[in-house]
Write a protein that binds this ligand. Structure first.
Ligand SMILES: NC(=O)c1ccc[n+]([C@@H]2O[C@H](COP(=O)([O-])OP(=O)(O)OC[C@H]3O[C@@H](n4cnc5c(N)ncnc54)[C@H](OP(=O)(O)O)[C@@H]3O)[C@@H](O)[C@H]2O)c1
Length: 262
């Protein structure tokens, strides 16, 4: 099934973002070929927004898929896509931000990223890894880290910059010193975790909220099946003759956010 032309939102940076994005995080990390094949197929079906991160180990595979999609004429250039990647916590230091994005761009084989996000408002010691202990957490100097994120945008390496997993308090603190406000806050949002206070705050400040884990996360690392087992989702699905996942994926879009699917 081919998707209709994807609806878009205009971010506070003035850039347009397709509202439906395909996530590329897997745990354990899937082989490159699997991710590349999935992304090419998604482009063929009409997806134009892809979400990766240095943490996910999917940047190389996503980059290969984009190059292949251009070669095969599925898209005429990379500019037709909206690609997000993220700064991992081990690079949450002012001196490491621009080099971390440059490394991501090399891995992706891209000259610029559409959206660069601070993955978590936390700094970690050591090397990139999915699982970490509380001893690995160290202090973060957010004003200087954000200044470096702004530099990524002014250098043209990122068209927009934003954050992920930020609370109202963390955003308010950031807005006190930001020259460029974050364009996006990517957080967990679904019918049983609607984030109303955060969505209202972001709406007031012109920050777009992107929803991750729209079906919950019945994963190895975290999450439960509480979303798909939610009685209200079941009831709506039955009354509409749709699957629970189909109903659930529709609900966040009614809350004026965008959604990362897989
Ligand atoms: N910024 C962040 O901190 C952050 C955090 C998490 C995710 N993300 C982004 O968001 C993307 C999506 O994340 P996600 O947590 O939603 O992970 P996901 O692995 O895409 O999906 C989560 C769960 O939903 C289930 N599911 C998906 N489609 C379904 C369907 N049609 N019917 C029934 N169950 C279904 C999956 O089951 P199966 O495993 O059986 O497919 C999986 O257990 C990620 O790839 C990543 O790009 C960002």
């Amino acid at each position: 099934m081919q998707m209709e032309v994807e609806p878009q939102v205009v971010l506070n940076s003035g850039r347009r973002m397709p509202v439906l994005g395909m996530g590329t995080a897997t745990y354990p990390v899937a082989p490159d070929e699997t991710i590349t094949t999935a992304v090419i197929e998604a482009i063929r079906l009409g997806y134009r927004h892809f979400d990766t991160a240095s943490l996910y180990g999917s940047e190389r595979a996503v980059g290969r898929a984009i190059a292949t999609a251009v070669e095969r004429g599925l898209i005429s250039s990379r500019d037709e896509l909206f690609v997000t990647t993220k700064l991992w916590c081990t690079d949450m230091h002012a001196d490491r931000v621009v080099p971390a994005l440059q490394a991501s761009l090399r891995t992706l084989g891209l000259e610029y990223i559409d959206l660069y996000l601070i993955h978590y408002p936390v700094r970690l010691k050591g090397e990139i890894q999915m699982v970490f202990a509380s001893d690995d957490v160290t202090t973060v100097d957010m004003p200087t880290v954000w200044e470096a994120m702004e530099k990524c945008q002014s250098l043209g390496l990122a068209k927009s910059v934003g954050v992920s997993n930020f609370t109202c308090k963390k955003l308010a603190d950031l807005l006190n010193h930001a020259r460029i406000p974050p364009a996006v806050n990517q957080v967990e949002v679904h019918p049983v975790w609607q984030q109303r206070k955060l969505r209202d705050f972001c709406s007031e400040k012109g920050i777009h909220v992107s929803a991750y884990s729209p079906l919950g996360a019945v994963g190895v690392l975290w999450g439960s099946n509480a979303v798909l087992e939610c009685e209200e989702v079941k009831r709506i699905a039955e009354s509409m003759g749709k699957s629970r996942a189909q109903v659930d994926k529709l609900l966040p879009s009614q809350c004026r956010k965008n959604t990362l699917l897989h």
